[in-house]
Design a protein around this ligand. Structure first.
Ligand SMILES: Nc1ncnc2c1ncn2[C@@H]1O[C@H](COP(=O)(O)OP(=O)(O)OP(=O)(O)O)[C@@H](O)[C@H]1O
Length: 306
């Protein structure tokens, strides 16, 4: 975990958080979290339900106060700070719109809030997501409502964009469209994106950096590349597996009869050779599996949360 020093507030980071704690009465939603988000990166903010992801985004976007700690966005405190907030787009499922609003009204008013708003890009996305722009937002399906948010998030091209579970209602085709357009537009117009999601394997290739929060505590703050190779599953006879993993940190253990499957940390070339000589099979662990292991959840439990 990164422990950013107070001087980091003067760094080039877009977001600098030092010792952030947020309590709601007796509930500590975020507990002494410190991290930075670097410019022009896509960061995944991941964790189980109730972990504290939305709370962190609420504080970073000035919609809620920290109980304690120092939060800087573009080097300044975000709360009631127009200079900071005008550079942020925050897309969340719970977004409320005026009663009679149709999607076209959202897109027509977007340029007032986002100076980089690209109306042509928005129009292209409306076509691609097949969004009925003249229907009242209240009448939209869940997926269509998610599409409104995704389109605003993409076409606003805000220097700092938060997507908080933006596509809960989107089907697989629409989600892929979102990932493709995000990546392509990000390449042309680099900006800082923070994405909170349960669909970790789906977004894994998009992410450059990963923050994992568990029960309010930041437990992983790593480049995605580092995490991808950081665990391996070793499979074979129980005796051979046990001998091989003895003395190592075990992230997860499964087994049936005389067979065992054990997840351990990164293995170097010599260790891989040693495993092969012992007749063991090695398989990489996906980002999602790794996070599931680290947050002590079975994959089945995890998937049912998505
Ligand atoms: N206004 C509030 N009052 C009381 N408790 C709150 C409030 N907002 C959040 N919490 C609690 O703080 C914790 C963190 O909630 P948060 O919404 O940040 O989690 P999350 O990681 O975004 O979860 P999910 O993935 O389910 O959206 C939870 O235990 C939640 O119940």
């Amino acid at each position: 975990m990164t422990s950013s020093s107070p001087s980091s507030t003067a760094s080039s980071a877009v977001v600098s958080v030092h010792g952030l704690t947020k309590r709601f009465g007796k509930v500590t939603a975020v507990d002494n979290a410190s991290f930075e988000i670097q410019p022009n990166t896509i960061t995944g903010l991941l964790g189980r339900n109730g972990a504290g992801k939305t709370t962190i985004m609420q504080v970073l976007t000035g919609q809620d106060f920290a109980t304690s700690g120092d939060v800087r966005v573009f080097g300044e405190h975000p709360t009631e700070n127009a200079r900071v907030l005008s550079r942020i787009s925050f897309i969340k499922e719970s977004q409320r719109y005026p009663d009679d609003f149709q999607p076209k009204h959202v897109f027509q008013s977007a340029p007032w809030f986002f100076e980089n708003w690209d109306a042509d890009f928005a129009a292209q996305l409306v076509e691609e997501f097949r969004l009925p722009v003249n229907r009242r937002i209240k009448k939209l399906s869940r997926g269509q409502l998610s599409a409104v948010g995704v389109i605003v998030g993409l076409a606003s091209r805000a220097p700092l964009t938060f997507f908080d579970e933006p596509y809960l209602g989107l089907d697989a085709v629409a989600r892929q469209l979102f990932y493709d357009r995000l990546l392509a537009d990000f390449a042309e117009h680099p900006r800082t994106v923070v994405l909170s999601t349960h669909l970790i394997d789906e977004v894994s290739q998009l992410l450059e950096h990963v923050l994992v929060i568990d029960q309010g505590t930041l437990i992983i703050d790593e480049p995605a590349e580092t995490l991808r190779g950081s665990a391996t599953t070793v499979v074979g006879t129980r005796t051979a597996v046990d001998a091989f993993v003895a003395g190592r940190d075990v992230l997860h253990r499964d087994g049936i009869g005389g067979l065992a499957s054990v997840t351990v940390g990164r293995l170097d070339a010599d260790e891989r050779r040693e495993a092969a000589q012992a007749g063991l099979e090695l398989s990489p662990v996906s980002l999602q599996q790794l996070i599931v292991r680290k947050t002590n959840l079975t994959e089945k439990e995890f998937e049912t949360q998505s």
